[in-house]
Design a protein around this ligand. Structure first.
Ligand SMILES: Nc1ncnc2c1ncn2[C@@H]1O[C@H](COP(=O)(O)OP(=O)(O)O)[C@@H](O)[C@H]1O
Ligand SMILES: [Mg+2]
Length: 352
């Protein structure tokens, strides 16, 4: 039962959880101990599940439900197929199996982001060569002109210099995308990374936000590049902070060990396990519908002064780590989830 990919619950004669497997723990975001004894009606409130289970009891045989809209007690939403069966060897006990519809779609979505990241790499290299060099020429020429033009026209040469500087800053930000930035592979304490980013955020752009952490203290080390992972978390937390309301803004940082998440590798090698789940959730207005399909592509922004490079860089770095990123967003609940590989033989780390 523990090894099954689908969430499985065993219910007692009163529709309370008697047993839950690892996939069910992950789905409901609760440990088996927390789930033990919980009423089904509380676990999946307002759904057709309770009704299907009582149907199963009444008829004494299996019942299935397809594409049910479910809401978990922790506020997650999902679409799932459901199977119930009576346990012949234990009177009154029922086995309930869910198969979540979105899992496959989510993985597909994650993989397509890698393509978006790759296209930025080419763009970054083109910009570095074709744009940066001429820019310094233009800037120098404008500065030379400054000496000889009428004082009244100085404003114009100043304008040229300022605008060139602005483009240079943008191109420099693109440098992070070039392949030259190697991804190191060493054990990284993801809690240390998150705490660092949180402190940075709270002393600056996220001063108005309340942070809440829910870290899994037994989480093993991530295999990756510490500096790049800091960049990823910083970009995600910055977006979250910018989305939260001025009053009552909240960001939740959470980590969890998740069995069973795997991704195929770009080089066609065996699938790698991505058991480290990091989520960053805010209570902002949600991701605008218009930007969603292209969220991870460069220059996609809904902000007046946005660069649209934050998430493109996130997608590139996560892809370089062999990880996945996904999001779901509704008003007051936007969540980005990262799935990252574990450092082989790395020590267990504890929340700082
Ligand atoms: N937590 C979030 N809540 C709402 N919208 C978001 C969030 N994160 C990202 N977005 C949307 O994604 C767009 C792209 O983000 P990003 O790539 O970081 O660029 P930028 O922040 O410069 O606009 C943002 O403009 C915003 O519309
Ligand atoms: Mg941003």
């Amino acid at each position: 039962m523990q090894a099954l990919a689908h969430p499985v619950l065993v219910l007692d004669a009163h529709d309370r959880v008697a047993q839950a497997n690892a996939a069910a723990e992950a789905l409901f975001e609760m440990s088996a101990a927390q789930l033990d004894g919980l009423a089904l009606a509380g676990l999946l409130p307002g759904s057709a599940v309770v009704e299907l289970v009582s149907q199963c009891r009444a008829q004494g045989r299996s019942v299935a439900g397809w594409e049910l809209q479910l809401a978990t007690a922790r506020g997650g939403r999902l679409v799932a197929d459901l199977h119930t069966a009576v346990l012949p060897e234990a009177r009154g006990m029922i086995v309930l199996t869910l198969s979540v519809r979105t899992a496959r779609q989510r993985l597909d979505q994650g993989l397509s982001h890698r393509g978006a990241a790759r296209s930025v790499v080419g763009l970054a290299e083109m910009l570095a060569h074709e744009v940066k060099n001429p820019l310094s020429g233009i800037r120098g020429a404008a500065q030379l002109l400054q000496a000889s033009v009428d004082p009244g026209d100085r404003a114009l040469t100043d304008l040229i210099v300022d605008e060139v500087d602005r483009i240079c800053a943008l191109v420099n930000r693109m440098d992070a995308f070039s392949v030259a930035a190697e991804t190191r592979r060493e054990p990284v304490n993801i809690h240390e990374v998150l705490e660092r980013v949180r402190r940075l955020a709270q002393s600056g752009f996220a001063r108005h936000v309340r942070f809440a952490e829910r870290y899994d203290p037994s989480l093993p080390a991530v295999s990756g590049d510490r500096d790049q992972l800091i960049q990823v978390m910083l970009n995600l937390v910055k977006n979250a902070a910018e989305a939260t309301p001025r009053e009552g803004g909240e960001i939740h940082l959470a980590t969890r060990f998740q069995y069973g998440a795997r991704a195929t590798r770009r080089d066609g090698g065996p699938a790698v396990a991505l058991p480290i789940l990091v989520s960053i959730q805010d209570n902002g207005a949600g991701i605008p519908e218009a930007v969603r399909p292209h969220l991870f592509e460069p220059f996609v922004t809904s902000k007046t002064n946005g660069s649209g490079l934050g998430l493109a860089l996130v997608a590139k770095i996560v892809g370089d780590h062999g990880g996945l990123i996904e999001f779901d967003s509704q008003p007051r609940r936007t969540c980005f989830r990262l799935m990252l590989p574990i450092a082989e033989g790395g020590p267990l780390l504890h929340a700082s």
